[in-house]
Structure formats: structure tokens, C-alpha cells
Write a protein that binds this ligand. Structure first.
Ligand code: ATP
Ligand code: MG
Length: 451
């Protein structure tokens, strides 16, 4: 009897057997899960398979937080899942997953997986993990105890392999298994630990936290595109401000945003970045859209500004020095974090519109107003003013100008002339111009300035 008790306790701790939590312990009614997740689980169970809601959704529901999306884990193979769910598609090359679509909702369905530590890089990073496994193996390869809870909607039960429920209660982020080994397998887990701690307001367990300082540099071996995905999750978590500051405390920001360190040390830069992060969090919490490009443009702005101004001081003209500054900053940054082109294009547009917003004479103001990125650039200017780096008067002027009729616009333009704002003068150019410069040079000419 004692032996079996010891065995039971021992098994519970090594994660080979789950504790079954009833509704009284987890509080998740079947109706609380999304219709899509319910349909996937029902279809698979009716076909004789096992299917559970897993990961963040169970964690969030137990905490009374609205889940962002739903993941389902099953013992059915991807092909079997695909056969059972009409609107679904197989995705992934290395490890196949199924995306099940129900209107706006996409449920990600994965087959129980076992880790195969055989294929790793020289630091121990797992390069292959595409072997199907048992439910217990699937639980053991998950990152944190609070992410390894399996909800069975049919029985309204939660299966807990790694004491995740206790950690949820104690508000602890605890990695499953040996922390160092798990970070070596996948260094992104260090970033995830910080993200969950910041998002949920949890502490990182001491043993989980301890190796981070030492192993942080392993993040540099993670492919830049994967890092960008994780960074995006972090910045769009609704807790970007807390996440970035926590990353910095753990020394983890270096691998992702090499320039952030410098920026946060300048008072104006720090103010601006904090405002941008807070604004993003507020927008996410109130269900307003956010643009990752806008936030990334804000995070790097003070670097662009410094490089731009130093070139201007050396005698380069405004727009060419801005173009060169943008290239310089993006080159350093994208080496670590592959910011996709669709974002860097928008970032450049927002940046390059900043000096153009300061030049409000005649046609120029109208051209800026008609620019597809005007609204983002204007919001960006407002943020700059709020941090004390740009003039609030300028923001107020654009606030009025946007909604003004023709007569009012004329009057507003007269005020910029009266205050002596001059159109940037075109100097005589060298015969060969760089193509970027030509593309981005402010449109309009002096004859349109209304003088
Ligand atoms: P979020 O609320 O951000 O969606 P999440 O926990 O659902 O949080 P996902 O990135 O959606 O995070 O991953 C789903 C689940 O897959 C996780 O809960 C975890 O169990 C597992 N998982 C994700 N990434 C890893 C990883 N790098 N190592 C181990 N397990 C992981
Ligand atoms: Mg998720």
C-alpha cells in the first residue's frame, strides 16, 4: 500500500501519469471553449480518437482569461484529422499539423509528439522533433507546467502531468524537466518564460530562471525568422511594456533588439519607447488594431534619429541622410531579427514622412496628407511630441489641417508662411543621383509653395 503510494507520487512527479482534475478543480465548462475547438474534439472523439484542448487556452481559461486561440492535441495522425474535418488543411513540412477552419476561427490540431533528442546542433538545439508519441510524451515535451494541461470537453476533465494546476495557483512559470537541457534544445523557451511571466503577472521559478543569464546568448543561434515570430507574439501580447522591461532585466533583449539597449539609456528615447509600448498595449486591450510596423518603427526611431542627425551635421542633405540612416539601422537590426520586408517598407515610409511633416508649405502639405501612410506618420509624430522630441504645435496644426475645408486649409498654410517656414530649397544636384533619393525626395517644387 505504501509502496503503491510512493510509486504513485513518484510517477506523478516524473510526468508519466496524470492527475485528473474534475470541474470543481478547474472550473471549465464545455461551453466555455470556442465552437471550433469543441467541434474538432467532438469529431475526433466520435471517430474513436482522443482529443484535448491544450496549451495556452486551458491555462487562460483556468485563470479566467479569454484565450487568444485554441490548440487541440490528439492521437489521430494529421491525415486522419484531415479526413474527419471537412474544412481543414495540412500545414508544415517538417512536422505536419492540421488547421481546422470554422468561419473566422482556426484551430491548430497536432498529433501527440515525442521528442527525439538525437538530431541537434552543436549547442544541443533540437533540429528534428517529428516523431509521434504518447499523451504523456507529448506533455513532457511542452515548455512549462502551466502549458501542459489537457482539457477533455467530453468528460469536462483536465489531465495534469506536471503539476501545472498547482503552479497556476501559485503564479509560477516553471519549465518541465531540466531547465538547462530544455533551453539548449530550444533557446526560444527563455523568451517564452519571460513573456508568460509578464503577461500573466507570474514569477519565474528560481531554477527555471537561474540558467537564463548564462544561456541567453544561445538565442543568437535561433533562425532570425523564428525569432521574429516570437518577438511579434511578445509585442502584440497586450503586455509589451512589461515584456520588454522584463527581457531587459533578464538580459535577453540583446539577442533580439541589439539597438534597444542604447535607446533605453537615452532619456528621450526611453520615454518614447515606453509611450509606444504602452499605447500598443492599450490598443490591444481595447480591441483596436495595432500595426507591428508602427511599433517596430517606434522602437528603432531614436537610432534612426541619431544616425540621421549626425549625417546632417556632416553636411549631408536632409532626405539623403535620412535614407542612409534608415539603411544603417535596419541593416544592424535585421541581422538578428529578420523583420519581413512588408514591415520594413512601412517603417521606412513612416520615418521618411517625419521630416516631410515638418515642411508644410503649399503643395507639400497636401501631398503628405494624401500619402497612404499619412495617418500612421501623423500618429507617430503625435507620439514624438508626447515624449518631448517634436513640437506639439506641429501635431495640432496637422490635426486641424486633416479635417479642414479648402478655405480653412488656406488659412492654416498662411500661418506656416507667416511663421517663416520655408520650403526646403533644392540645391543644384550632382549629375548622378542615387535612386532612393530620387524616389523619396519630397515632391512638389518651389513654384507650388504659394509665395
Ligand atoms: P499564447 O497565449 O501566446 O498563445 P500558448 O501557450 O498557447 O500561449 P503557443 O505558442 O500558442 O503558446 O503554443 C501552444 C503550446 O505549444 C504551448 O502552450 C506549449 O504547450 C507548446 N509549445 C509552444 N512552443 C513551445 C516550445 N518552444 N517548446 C515546447 N513547447 C512549446
Ligand atoms: Mg496559443
Amino acid at each position: 500500500m505504501i509502496k503503491s503510494l510512493i510509486r504513485k507520487v513518484f510517477r506523478l512527479q516524473d510526468g508519466t501519469e496524470a492527475t485528473v482534475l474534475s470541474f470543481a478543480k478547474h472550473g471549465i465548462r464545455r461551453d466555455a471553449i470556442s465552437p471550433g475547438a469543441r467541434k474538432v474534439c467532438d469529431a475526433l472523439t466520435e471517430a474513436g480518437f482522443e482529443a484535448y484542448v491544450v496549451g495556452g487556452a486551458v491555462r487562460d481559461l483556468m485563470l479566467g482569461v479569454q484565450p487568444k486561440d485554441y490548440d487541440v492535441a490528439t492521437n489521430a495522425t494529421p491525415d486522419q484529422v484531415h479526413k474527419q474535418i471537412r474544412r481543414s488543411r495540412l500545414i508544415g513540412r517538417r512536422f505536419k499539423l492540421v488547421h481546422a477552419m470554422f468561419g473566422d476561427e482556426t484551430v491548430e490540431v497536432s498529433t501527440f509528439r515525442a521528442e527525439t533528442p538525437s538530431e541537434t546542433d552543436e549547442h544541443g538545439r533540437v533540429l528534428r522533433d517529428n516523431i509521434f508519441g504518447t499523451r504523456a510524451q507529448d506533455a513532457a515535451r511542452r515548455d512549462f507546467t502551466i502549458n501542459a494541461l489537457y482539457y477533455d470537453p467530453t468528460k469536462e476533465q483536465v489531465l495534469d502531468y506536471h503539476r501545472g494546476a498547482a503552479d497556476l495557483k501559485a503564479k509560477i512559470v516553471r519549465i518541465i524537466g531540466d531547465p538547462e537541457a530544455r533551453y539548449r534544445e530550444d533557446p526560444v523557451r527563455m523568451l517564452r518564460a519571460v513573456r508568460f511571466a509578464a503577461k500573466l503577472g507570474f514569477q519565474i521559478d528560481q531554477k527555471t530562471r537561474e540558467p537564463i543569464d548564462r544561456l541567453g546568448p544561445l538565442i543568437e543561434n535561433v533562425p532570425a525568422a523564428r525569432l521574429f515570430d516570437e518577438m511579434q507574439k511578445l509585442l502584440l501580447s497586450g503586455h509589451a511594456h512589461a515584456c520588454v522591461h522584463r527581457l531587459r532585466e533578464e538580459g535577453l533583449h540583446r539577442g533580439m533588439m541589439p539597438l534597444l539597449d542604447v535607446i533605453l539609456e537615452q532619456p528621450l528615447g526611453e520615454r518614447f519607447v515606453n509611450l509606444a509600448l504602452q499605447q500598443t498595449d492599450d490598443r490591444i486591450r481595447t480591441d483596436k488594431g495595432v500595426s507591428p510596423a508602427f511599433l517596430l518603427a517606434a522602437l528603432l526611431w531614436h537610432e534612426v534619429l541619431a544616425a540621421w542627425k549626425s549625417r546632417e551635421e556632416e553636411g549631408e542633405r536632409t532626405i539623403p541622410s535620412m535614407m542612409a540612416a534608415m539603411d544603417e539601422v535596419l541593416d544592424i537590426q535585421t541581422e538578428k531579427l529578420a523583420i519581413p520586408r512588408r514591415f520594413t517598407t512601412t517603417m521606412r515610409e513612416i520615418w521618411v514622412l517625419q521630416p516631410r511633416l515638418e515642411n508644410r508649405t503649399g503643395k507639400r502639405a497636401m501631398l503628405v496628407l494624401e500619402h497612404p501612410r499619412f495617418r500612421a506618420a501623423y500618429d507617430f509624430l503625435a507620439l514624438r511630441a508626447a515624449s518631448g522630441e517634436a513640437q506639439q504645435d506641429l501635431v495640432d496644426w496637422w490635426t486641424k489641417f486633416q479635417i479642414a475645408n479648402d478655405a480653412e486649409r488656406g488659412a492654416l498654410l498662411a500661418t506656416t508662411r507667416a511663421s517663416g517656414e520655408k520650403p526646403r530649397r533644392r540645391r543644384r544636384r550632382k549629375p548622378v543621383r542615387d535612386s532612393d533619393e530620387r524616389r523619396e525626395a519630397p515632391a512638389g517644387d518651389e513654384s507650388g509653395s504659394g509665395r
